[in-house]
Ligand binder design. Structure first.
Ligand code: PLZ
Length: 454
């Protein structure tokens, strides 16, 4: 589907057609399913989504990092169409098919690490996390797992317990799974000034050794850049120090790359940024298949093969159309410009966000890698999170046809994960809208200093 790569505002947001659809939805869809921006999308291409009223939005979220190479990428669309034409389901564990194998070849080949690797496919990110815990427990014969403050890992029973935010994910949905411990994360903006990555890692290690015991832990699971937590990047040395300690203690190191992986940061996996860090196992989902639902665990073959036949599976795990899409995406990562493009997008964004941080006193910092960038919103002169202001900024952007997302434990992070198919012109336009919204907000609250008005 070709859509002119242009922002168009034809109605109020949401417009009458979206409002009518939303009232139908409210009759039949559970209130538990959120609705951040109830504009109903009819078609999408590249970095543009068109709604039922003909409005065209610049997408700075990619459906939370899913359509990384753009909406309706032609290679993905045709791979899915071709596969659907051949067959849509057999069940890989009954009568297998080639695209599953090809997807595993591409994934294992592109995970860093000087050892043989194997993969297994599932459907959702949470399911990949569930399975990586099964695998780690079986491989080590231990029960306990460590995760981090501000982490997010999913909405199943086990992953609800792995999320840092009990609310809203786990509220009244208990009893939640046990044997899950949150360790202090390295959060450079909020850690004591000057704290190094090694020091932050020792803080986490000390905590885990006292609270759980290293010999009890099956695995340590960490997002190398925390997604829902607000794109928190641990200080350099944090991951490597943790990884060394895990290795010395027979604990498996898992990098949850569901949000940060698959070219989003300019590398296949964000953990590659940390020198000397080598996860044993990696979880991926979201961006691996351009919007088709598939996830995976990939990692050390010796560990993956400890599982008994029949121990891993699921009806729709590595479904034919989904793995066909994953192959189309990963072949484009290998042959196409996407990893470089993520870096270029990162450079453009960082320059603009840098200027905004110096201009608006409520922006504490911008952070991110490649096409995964965020701003943290605070009360000026403090580190107190300002969630209402964050929401105000996001809502104003939506009214102007630009869709960044919120994030952060305190709801005070503006996160951006644009499709890598976005043009420079559209990206700059979207950032200009965000800038002008911040400027309006600052002016209306009397927060612009004389120097920032110039
Ligand atoms: N691990 C690092 O970011 C999903 C959640 C959206 P699923 N994050 C988006 C929502 O509100 O439900 C995520 C993640 C990391 C695991 C997951 C879980 O992936 O595909 O949503 O199950």
């Amino acid at each position: 589907m070709d859509i002119e790569q242009r922002r168009i505002l034809r109605s109020e947001i949401p417009g009458p057609a979206s409002k009518a659809l939303h009232s139908r939805r409210q009759q039949v869809v559970s209130n538990g399913v959120g609705a951040l921006l109830p504009v109903y999308i009819e078609s999408a291409n590249g970095a543009i989504m068109r709604d039922a009223d003909g409005n065209q939005f610049i997408d700075l979220g990619s459906g939370i990092g899913v359509v990384t190479i753009g909406h309706t990428n032609p290679g993905v669309v045709s791979a899915v169409q071709k596969q659907a034409d051949h067959f849509t389901h057999t069940l890989f564990t009954v009568t297998p098919y080639e695209p599953y194998v090809r997807a595993a070849e591409l994934l294992t080949k592109n995970m860093k690490g000087d050892f043989p690797k194997k993969a297994a496919f599932f459907v959702t990110g949470a399911e990949a996390l569930e399975n990586v815990v099964k695998i780690a427990r079986l491989a080590t014969g231990r029960n306990e797992i460590a995760v981090f403050d501000h982490a997010y890992h999913g909405r199943t029973n086990l992953t609800m317990a792995m999320n840092f935010k009990r609310h809203p994910y786990g509220t009244n949905y208990g009893p939640l799974a046990t044997s899950v411990t949150h360790a202090p994360m390295s959060y450079p903006l909020r850690d004591p000034e000057g704290m190094t990555g090694e020091e932050a890692a020792l803080r986490a290690i000390n905590y885990l050794e006292k609270r759980v015991g290293a010999d009890q832990l099956a695995c340590v699971i960490i997002e190398p850049i925390q997604g829902e937590g607000g794109f928190i990047i641990p200080a350099e040395g944090f991951l490597a120090t943790l990884g060394r300690w895990a290795k010395e203690n027979g604990i498996l190191m898992v990098s949850d790359e569901v949000q940060s992986g698959m070219a989003r940061t300019g590398k296949w996996f964000a953990c590659e940024y940390e020198e000397g860090f080598q996860p044993d196992l990696v979880t991926v989902a979201k961006g691996i298949a351009g919007g088709m639902p598939v996830s995976a665990v990939v990692g050390r073959a010796d560990i993956m093969d400890m599982n008994h036949p029949g121990g891993l599976g699921g009806t729709f795990g590595g479904s034919p159309t989904a793995v066909a899409a994953a192959v189309a995406v990963m072949e484009q990562f290998e042959d196409g410009p996407w990893l470089n493009r993520a870096m270029e997008i990162g450079e453009i964004m960082q320059e603009k966000l840098d200027a905004m941080v110096s201009r608006y006193p409520f922006l504490a910092e911008h952070r991110g890698r490649g096409a995964m960038q965020a701003l943290e919103v605070v009360q000026p002169g403090t580190l107190n999170p300002d969630a209402p202001l964050t929401e105000e900024i996001l809502k104003a952007c939506y009214q102007q046809g630009v869709i960044p997302l919120s994030a952060g434990t305190y709801g005070n992070v503006i996160r951006m994960l644009p499709p890598l198919a976005i043009s420079n012109a559209l990206l700059l336009e979207a950032l200009a809208v965000l800038d002008s919204v911040c400027s309006d907000v600052a002016a209306s609250k009397g927060m612009l200093s004389a120097s920032s008005v110039e």
